[in-house]
Design a protein around this ligand. Structure first.
Ligand code: ADP
Length: 190
């Protein structure tokens, strides 16, 4: 399943159901943890598909960067993934939404988009950060992701042309599809 939505300035938001490691993009965002230690979920999938090189790079930077706080990210190469970079973003663990979780989640998307911009990336893909083990309610998280990405794509003059939301499973895909449908963005026919 897949849909593409076009912004007035020609940039696009693409919604795809599937495995983020199989979808080509200049940069792939990962839902990492503060220790950059790898884990289950999308993080595990990215390390498995990308190969040991990604963890080697993280091992090298770990002493320098220490624990990465929620809302921040670090960049590595992408190993065997169909991408140039992986941005390891640390999402917030969801408690009740009143402990800075919305701000930290919004920051994940913004920081990754800035990193993409700095590196000349034209396409960036995102999983639904924090909505797995970290427990963020899917729709609340999707509203934040869409607001940040759309705001970024609408305000910037150059650089990132397309953001791909890769949703794992039909239920997650349908949440984004509904919110994008309500957003007033036009579905692209190409
Ligand atoms: P977090 O710890 O940030 O919650 P998880 O990896 O547990 O991270 O889950 C984040 C989201 O990634 C969940 O919605 C999960 O369904 C999804 N996910 C898991 N594997 C993949 C994958 N291979 N591609 C895309 N999304 C995935």
């Amino acid at each position: 399943m897949e849909k593409r939505y076009r912004l007035n300035n020609g940039r696009a938001i693409r919604l795809v159901e599937g495995d983020i490691t199989r979808i080509a993009a200049d940069a792939i965002a990962n839902a990492a943890n503060s220790a950059l230690a790898g884990g289950g979920g999308v993080d595990g999938a990215i390390h498995r598909a990308g190969g040991a090189e990604i963890m080697r790079e993280l091992d090298e930077m770990r002493p320098r960067v220490g624990r990465v706080p929620a809302g921040q990210a670090v960049a590595t190469g992408a190993g065997r993934l169909p991408a140039q970079y992986v941005f390891h973003a640390v999402g917030p663990v969801y408690r009740d939404g009143r402990h800075g979780e919305p701000e930290a989640l919004a920051s994940c998307y913004r920081v990754c988009l800035e990193m993409a911009e700095e590196r000349g990336c034209r396409t960036v893909s995102f999983p639904a950060i924090s909505t797995g083990v970290y427990g963020y309610p899917a729709e609340e998280a999707a509203r934040i992701a869409l607001r940040e990405v759309r705001g970024f794509l609408e305000s910037r003059a150059a650089g990132v042309q397309e953001v791909i939301f890769v949703q794992f499973g039909e239920a997650a895909y349908r949440v984004y599809e509904r919110l994008l449908g309500e957003s007033g963005l036009k579905e692209a026919q190409d």
